[in-house]
Design a protein around this ligand. Structure first.
Ligand SMILES: [Zn+2]
Length: 318
């Protein structure tokens, strides 16, 4: 634990030197800075956080990752909590705009985040355990995911050197494993869930994310179709050791149980047995919108913890 904390503080000090970069929901909108970072990862051993079965507080542990060279890249493999995962890093179209240190940090992101996402959601959705990361200097999306592939543009981290958590967002899409928008109340729920994961599972407890990416307030995301923070609030209020509200939400989204016009029934099912049982989704939204949770800043600045997480310590549950 101590070694991990020392590492955390060391990287925090490096982060203090960075120029703040504000990114918004998703990976597509940005302002850039020219600062580069020094990551401390190595290609063969990565420190990752996994959730202990007997506790909701993440436990820090070191995992053994085997790395082997393949054509135009390399393969990493590890078994965590009984599940064998692999990360293939495809560098066939990498033109070295993304530094090796940054690629090393992306590896760390994968091993810290993906097994936790998989254990919570991916077993249900039968998500892949073998993921391929393509770092490509090509003109299509900045970052995107399809099947078990994630693409990150080779110039993205060059221009946005702290945006490692866009990888968390894309890994959440891999975990969704093909949600069908015909069975979601709004197709935007696909992106809202990915950003919920980006916030909750932010790499190194938000070391980079919370300085460069904000959970928008109710003023900027004024309805449940657009709001990421509403999912975080629902999770904070309704999840407990006996009930994982967001997992239940994920199951309904994955199972194609309710067509988009029947989502009043989905919300009724989700709220059953909770303190919101019997309330309409619009009423529950009103409760959220009038709460301080909907307004507190999630921006950490350079001194650590945001107003939101200082008052509502939701990340420590996961
Ligand atoms: Zn997305």
């Amino acid at each position: 634990m101590t070694g991990v904390n020392l590492l955390f503080h060391k990287e925090k000090l490096i982060a203090l030197c960075l120029i703040p970069v504000l990114l918004f929901a998703g990976c597509g909108k940005t302002e850039s800075s020219g600062t580069t970072i020094q990551a401390t990862t190595t290609p063969t051993t990565t420190t990752a956080a996994t959730t202990a079965e007997t506790s909701t507080v993440p436990a820090e542990t070191t995992i053994d990752i085997k790395t082997s060279t393949i054509d135009n890249g390399y393969l990493q493999q590890a078994t965590i909590d009984g599940v064998s995962y692999s990360l293939t890093v495809d560098l066939a179209k990498w033109e070295k705009n993304t530094s090796m240190e940054q690629i090393g940090t992306l590896e760390e992101v994968f091993w810290e985040v993906y097994p936790r996402l998989y254990k919570r959601f991916g077993e249900y959705s039968k998500a892949p355990v073998d993921v391929v990361l393509h770092i490509e200097n090509e003109g299509y999306e900045i970052a995107e995911a399809w099947e078990n592939n994630v693409h990150i543009h080779d110039q993205w981290l060059m221009n946005n050197p702290t945006d490692f958590d866009c990888f968390v967002h894309e890994l959440a899409h891999v975990i969704q494993n093909g949600w069908d928008e015909e069975y979601l109340e709004y197709s935007g729920y696909i992106e809202r869930f990915a950003d919920y994961c980006r916030f909750i599972y932010a790499f190194k407890n938000g070391l980079y994310n919370d300085e460069g990416w904000e959970l928008q307030t109710v003023e900027n995301e004024p309805d449940r179709e657009s709001s990421v923070r509403f999912l975080v609030w629902l999770d904070y209020n309704l999840s407990s050791p006996d009930r994982d509200f967001i997992l239940n939400y994920f199951r309904i989204c994955s199972s194609m149980k309710y067509e988009k016009t029947a989502w009043d029934k989905a919300w009724t099912e989700l709220f059953k047995g909770t303190k919101f049982e019997g309330m309409s989704i619009d009423k529950v939204w009103e409760l959220y919108a009038s709460s301080d949770f909907a307004m507190l800043s999630s921006y950490s600045g350079s001194n650590g913890t945001s107003e939101l997480l200082t008052k509502y310590d939701i990340r420590s549950r996961y």
